[in-house]
Write a protein that binds this ligand. Structure first.
Ligand code: C2E
Ligand code: MG
Ligand code: MG
Ligand code: MG
Length: 280
């Protein structure tokens, strides 16, 4: 009986929830060995300018689970955060990305590669040194690495955020604010952050053609970015109609299925060979 269980014991009797919890526990268990078993892969999603020219890419982590197939980051990143595994996983991502940048650098392809950084990873006391060491080890230009931070990460400890961003920024790394508009944005902190870019969340792009509020939101974010001398990229661009409206709003960079889904590195290299992507 729930009564007998005591106040601080949570009892699960919902079979759906029970399954979800067991599933989570199993995934967590597998996550511990995923790195050494080399089950992670990096996918690249192209980012284009107003003329449709490739100017960079976002790196998106994929977990190829031996039984489950590809597991979405939406499922395992929160787990990796909770367990602290995001720290070694995040280091692997940065190291692998910089190795790739070094290769492209040698081929005279100067694409800026954006990497998602999680809160726990960013808060590590050695995060700045780690990024610098990885960049130096691979001898890549820091200008080719962009770090994507979220609003919640930034706001969680604004002073630590600013301190770390400033050092890395002086080192040459650039910063983008991911999922912009979904968090508790405030103009006062935006001004303090050495950001190079804001990224309009895909939730505003999705209904931009039908929802006036979203269109106004996008226009406002773009104006904000322009006034603060940051470039503005829209994510989740899936249609020509959305692209047209985003351009009308003054948006300067675009990412989404209209141009390409995130793809393995070999497919990405084929994609950028053509340079111009989509009908933009
Ligand atoms: P995010 O950084 O906001 O990444 C954008 C997400 O939107 C990606 O989902 C991408 O595949 C998806 N997407 C791109 N274009 C479109 C489009 O046109 N339509 C739609 N509907 N979706 C689009 P994904 O790859 O599942 O990643 C989900 C989230 O997982 C990311 O959101 C990011 O927060 C996190 N993540 C991914 N890779 C990493 C990583 O290496 N480290 C950390 N810490 N987090 C990561
Ligand atoms: Mg991102
Ligand atoms: Mg995003
Ligand atoms: Mg997101």
């Amino acid at each position: 009986h729930a009564k007998d269980a005591g106040r601080n014991v949570i009892r699960f009797f919902d079979p759906v929830m029970q399954t979800a919890i067991e599933n989570r526990a199993a995934l967590e268990n597998d996550l511990h060995t995923a790195l050494e078993e080399r089950q992670f892969e990096l996918f690249y999603q192209i980012q284009v300018d107003r003329d449709g020219r490739a100017e960079g890419a976002e790196v998106l982590l994929r977990w190829r689970h031996p039984q489950r197939g590809l597991v979405s980051p939406a499922q395992f990143i929160p787990l990796a955060e909770d367990t602290g595994l995001i720290v070694p996983i995040g280091e692997w991502v940065l190291d692998t990305v910089c190795a790739q940048i070094a290769k492209w650098q040698g081929e005279q392809r100067n694409l800026v590669i954006a990497v998602n950084v999680s809160a726990k990873q960013f808060r590590q006391s050695n995060f700045v040194e780690l990024v610098q060491q990885i960049i130096q080890r691979h001898q890549v230009s820091p200008a080719l690495l962009k770090l994507e931070l979220t609003e919640s990460l930034v706001l969680d400890n604004i002073q630590d955020t600013i301190d770390k961003m400033k050092v890395l920024k002086a080192f040459g790394v650039s910063f983008s604010m991911d999922d912009f508009g979904t968090g508790y944005s405030s103009l006062s902190y935006l001004k303090q952050l050495p950001l190079d870019q804001i990224k309009i969340d895909q939730s505003f792009v999705r209904d931009i053609a039908t929802d006036k509020t979203d269109l106004v939101m996008v226009k406002t974010i773009v104006d904000l970015g322009v006034n603060f001398e940051m470039d503005v990229i829209a994510e989740g661009v899936e249609s020509e109609v959305q692209l047209g409206l985003l351009k009308q709003c003054g948006c300067s960079r675009f990412q989404g299925y209209l141009f390409s889904k995130p793809v393995p590195v070999e497919a990405f290299e084929l994609l950028i060979k053509g340079d111009t992507v989509g009908q933009a």
